[in-house]
Unconditional design. Structure first.
Length: 252
């Protein structure tokens, strides 16, 4: 059980501005307001959008600098399914956008370090070298599962009808903070570069990600490895499917 093979990494190579339709975002939600402008200036040629400081978020909801609505965060497949059903219901009821409308769309946030923290807490309570070997694997495994779920959802008749009316389809936003330093944040990003998604990094993590320059292509979807991680966590009594935010996973 301690010999579980990690998800594949890519060889060294140049870093393009966007990798196979993956957008990098600057996550300034916990950046002091006086440092936001400097952080954006440093990353302006790299990032496609910015998550503003929490103090700038209005009662109308969480919005990016470019007007995208951020839904979630979700921490597991059950939360994701529930949110996607709600988004489809809202999209079905919404009027078709007019020719002058520019809908910003919806990004569904999945917090990789938050999932790892929740699962790690359960593994630490269990103890033992087998449980320790599974630390920091759940977040990335869950990202692979959710990406596959989203692709299947968007092929459903309901979403096909909504997008045909001009309603933008939701997409996944992988957030890498808080709880992850620059190095781990950059590692999370490298392992979740799925086409059609966005990755939000703190200013320090984005700087590390760019400096490492180790990305040559998108992340390959690996459902076999992701399901193996889920199966081992199930054996420990930790259900990734029903994981929710601010709650530690139940251990058997």
């Amino acid at each position: 059980m301690g010999t579980l093979v990690p998800l594949a990494t890519r060889p060294l190579g140049p870093l393009p501005r966007a990798v196979a339709d993956v957008t990098l975002w600057l996550d300034c939600r916990r950046t002091p307001p006086e440092a936001v402008a400097r952080s954006f200036a440093e990353a302006a040629r790299t990032v496609g959008d910015t998550l503003p400081p929490v103090a700038d978020v209005t009662s109308a909801g969480r919005r990016t600098a470019n007007g995208t609505t951020v839904a979630g965060p979700v921490h597991g497949p059950a939360q994701f399914r529930h949110l996607m059903r709600r988004l489809l219901s809202e999209a079905t009821a919404a009027p078709a956008p007019g020719p002058r409308d520019r809908p910003g769309g919806v990004a569904v946030e999945y917090s990789i370090p938050a999932v790892d923290a929740l699962v790690n807490a359960g593994l630490d309570r269990i103890g033992g070298c087998e449980a320790k070997a599974m630390r920091f694997r759940a977040g990335v495994a869950g990202a692979h599962l959710l990406y596959d779920m989203l692709r299947r959802d968007l092929r459903s008749p309901g979403w096909a009808r909504a997008t045909a009316r001009g309603i933008p389809a939701p997409y996944l936003l992988w957030s890498t903070a808080p709880g992850a330093g620059p190095d781990r944040g950059a590692e999370y990003a490298e392992r979740c570069l799925f086409p059609g998604t966005a990755v939000a990094l703190s200013p320090a993590a984005l700087r590390t990600f760019v400096e490492r320059g180790s990305v040559t292509g998108p992340t390959a979807l690996d459902l076999v490895e992701a399901r193996r991680v889920v199966g081992i966590l199930d054996w420990f009594g930790i259900r990734l499917d029903t994981l929710v935010g601010a709650q530690a996973p139940t251990t058997g």
